[in-house]
Design a protein around this ligand. Structure first.
Ligand code: ATP
Ligand code: MG
Length: 507
């Protein structure tokens, strides 16, 4: 359909030229010529043209008076026509909202259909842009309303973390009026969150987002409260925008705290119960273990008192020896129990120092060989280093018990191999015997105080040694493990970490 062009021109000669210029494009355009501003106005009121070509100077006013001017948008495009030398007026017309201007010459007038075509195309673009802008304004308004009523506090910031916008919920959460926040740094609300934001800014691009993290928020009155902040980066028209969604998590935290407290109490209660069970078990075992040597002592002293004069000197000596052994055994037990309970109550400190490890082990081996009248222990040492970092008293207890066990629970002609690997970062002690072994069923409980394996009758013992070994190894931050097969033998391995290369240098 042809587009209607309104031509407002009071010069008849020009009007004629213009009319003629359009005569060749009658399929595309229909033209209507009026001579005055008032005629133009009444035509426009009846029917809005697709385009108006308006002479600047008219008998009843200026052509640009047709432009609505100000904020109001023209509902159709206007191209003004000026005479030569009137360019400044044309510029004014453009400022007032004319789409284009034509300086009237015979050449430009014949060009008018092209100019009209171009102007209409541009007008279409303008309309499309106007529509998009209106749409944008509408959706921005919707967004604002949505943000304003959101349940979370919302803060929009520029690329430097300056606050651009906050919603009502944020005002409520932090007790600020928005006027006191706009333009201020985000750190005002939470210095911790602002710190994280600063770090994120170094690498953030549009789309970067942090999942909600917990921080302390600061209200205007200076009070603090726990908040969760999720940050996201976006880009609008070349500007980085940062959005923070802030939730008050006071309630959640209180709940978590209560849950934790509840769990802690449960745990404490359970520990207390366990301790009580342990204590009564321990006590009943102690009394039981004490009874055997006490009974021996009692019976031997009874015999000595009542029948002493009837006994041979050897017989008397035998009972005195029994009493002495019983007392020794009780003494050993008391010492072990004390050790264990002190370790248990963390009253034993591990005070490691640098010592000659090889020398230390050799002395222990000699002592044990003397006590047991045996030469069964073979000592081997690997590694260049001779010095190691350990607590002499604790390690002595560990090794003496393991070596004694190896001898006690193996045949008299059995072989015990004691080897030490002194490495840079740890010392590994292995004590291997080819004795009676630990039955499978006892293996899981072997470190428990007083636990003795079902085949342990071959030798006296209270079952405290390994419990002490374990405690003392742990005091060294070390580990103890074993491998055993009943009837074949047992191997215990103790590993004690050593301080790094640096601290041992020059030793
Ligand atoms: P003590 O308190 O005097 O050391 P104990 O030797 O019986 O008494 P532990 O050293 O704790 O106690 O050992 C616990 C049990 O583990 C022993 O009774 C024994 O049954 C078993 N056991 C330990 N070492 C060995 C070993 N090398 N071979 C076989 N059984 C062992
Ligand atoms: Mg033992």
């Amino acid at each position: 359909m042809a587009q209607r062009i309104l031509i407002v021109e009071d010069d008849d000669a020009h009007a004629e030229l213009i009319h003629r210029a359009f005569s060749d494009s009658s399929e595309r355009f229909t033209t209507e010529i009026v001579n005055t501003l008032s005629d133009a106005r009444s035509r426009i009121a009846q029917n809005i043209p697709a385009l108006a070509l308006v002479d600047i100077v008219l008998p009843d006013g200026k052509g640009i008076d047709l432009l609505s001017g100000g904020e109001k948008e023209n509902s159709f495009p206007i191209v003004v026509m000026t005479s030569h030398g009137d360019e400044s007026v044309a510029v004014e017309a453009m400022k007032a909202g004319a789409l284009d201007y034509v300086v009237k010459t015979s050449a430009t007038l014949t060009e008018l259909p092209h100019i009209a075509e171009r102007s209409l195309r541009e007008w279409e673009n303008i309309l499309a842009r106007r529509q998009a802008e209106a749409q944008f304004r509408r959706s921005t308004a919707e967004m604002k309303a949505y943000v304003e009523t959101a349940a979370q506090g919302v803060v929009a910031m520029d690329c430097e973390g300056r606050i651009l916008l906050v919603n009502q919920q944020l005002e409520i959460l932090f007790g600020y009026h928005r006027d006191n926040l706009i333009g201020k740094p985000f750190a005002l609300l939470s210095s911790e969150a602002a710190e994280d934001l600063r770090n994120m800014m170094r690498t953030a691009t549009a789309g970067t987002a942090s999942a909600g993290r917990e921080y302390l928020g600061r209200r205007q009155d200076g009070s603090h409260f726990p908040i969760e902040v999720a940050l996201s980066f976006s880009e609008t028209e070349g500007n980085t925008r940062i959005l923070a969604l802030i939730t008050n998590i006071t309630e959640r935290k209180r709940h978590e705290q209560e849950m934790l407290e509840f769990q802690r109490m449960q745990l404490e209660l359970e520990r207390e119960r366990e301790l009580n069970r342990h204590k009564s078990h321990f006590l009943s075992m102690i009394s039981h273990e004490f009874r055997t040597p006490l009974a021996i002592i009692l019976s031997s002293s009874d015999i000595l008192r009542n029948y002493g004069n009837k006994l041979t000197p050897e017989g008397r000596e035998d009972h005195f020896a029994k009493i002495t052994r019983g007392v020794r055994r009780l003494e050993d037990m008391i010492n072990d129990i004390l050790l264990l309970s002190r370790a248990d109550m963390q009253r034993i400190d591990c005070m490691p120092e640098w010592h000659n490890l090889v020398h230390f082990c050799q002395t222990i081996v000699e002592e044990i060989n003397k006590t047991f009248h045996t030469q069964r222990i073979e000592f081997k040492h690997e590694g260049e280093r001779t010095l190691a970092f350990f607590d002499v008293h604790l390690l002595e207890h560990i090794l003496v018990n393991l070596l004694t066990n190896a001898i006690k629970y193996s045949a008299e002609d059995g072989h015990v191999l004691f080897s030490v690997a002194n490495e840079d970062d740890r010392c590994v002690f292995t004590i291997a015997d080819d004795g009676i072994g630990i039955p499978e069923a006892d293996q899981s409980r072997i470190f428990e105080p007083f636990h003795r394996a079902s085949n342990s009758d071959v030798s006296f013992g209270t079952g405290l040694g390994l419990a002490i070994v374990k405690e003392f190894t742990q005091l060294h931050n070390g580990t103890v493990a074993f491998h055993s097969r009943e009837g074949e033998g047992t191997m215990f391995t103790v590993t004690i970490p050593q301080p790094g290369e640096g601290s041992a240098s020059g030793r």
